[in-house]
Design a protein around this ligand. Sequence first.
Ligand SMILES: [Zn+2]
Length: 313
Amino acid sequence: MRALACLVAIIVSAALLSAQRARTLDIYVVDVEGGNATLFVSPSGESLLIDTGNAGAAAARDAGRIVEAAKDAGVTHIDHLITTHWHGDHYGGLAELAMRMPIKQFIDHGKNIQPAEATDAFLDKTYPELYAKGTHTVVKAGDTIPFKGVETRVIASAGQVIAKPLPGAGKPNPFCAPMRPLEAIPEDTQSVTTYFTFGKFRALHPGDLTRDKENDLVCPANRVGTVDLLVGPHHGQDTSNGEPFVHALQPRVIVMNNGTRKGGWPVVMQSFYTSPRFEDLWQMHFSLLSGQEYTPPGLFVTNSRNGFSKEYR
Ligand SMILES: [Zn+2]
């Protein structure tokens, strides 16, 4: 198996440098083949993982890749695990990962609103057994997560969004427009959406938050403000990533957790490429759906090369 499971490492320096070495927030976007797993490691060495990859036969593979990324980061346990929502491509590797690595805090939005046999069995029995070994926190919009050294806020959870703008945000959003028809998958709407502040750096991980909830966050006033990095935006699917949201956030860099045959929708790629301040799109795989017309140059497709990283400072 390839040694490197984590394919993009984004290293952000703190405003202040220590005498000997840069204090950085490191972000590992783990390739879980169209699922989601994003590992944040703070300057203090604390770890925060968002999602655990795919279920079923892929669970061992994806948990293994997360462990590889953690090793690379020098992390031996997960301090905070956020499960954005109860879909198999987001919580699928959780039980496998917990067997391989201690997890201290289990964070989620609460009840699954899209009953499914395997998920309900997991939530009734397996999950409580796992979090009994640590702590369990159900978060709501506005909550903070004690991720040492990085201000970490939940801005949406269980279908609710923050009532008040984040500091410095709240201006009218000129990109608001009537929403394109949306057939949202119920549980996606519940996604825990996390906003990180580190020095001047801002990052947003929306999970699979859907366009109606995106609009609640940024229309008519933009309660979020702008971000430098948008990471894990629903695999680039078009039930998320509406222009009013993406263009209001103005991410400089987007890292898309797509699979070859999942996500990377042309309408989403258009919304990314036409966004103000946009610099780079990185994607996990070449996207068959958007093809050569929209896929960025191979340099930015992480699976076109082995073990590949770029630093933003
Ligand atoms: Zn998903």
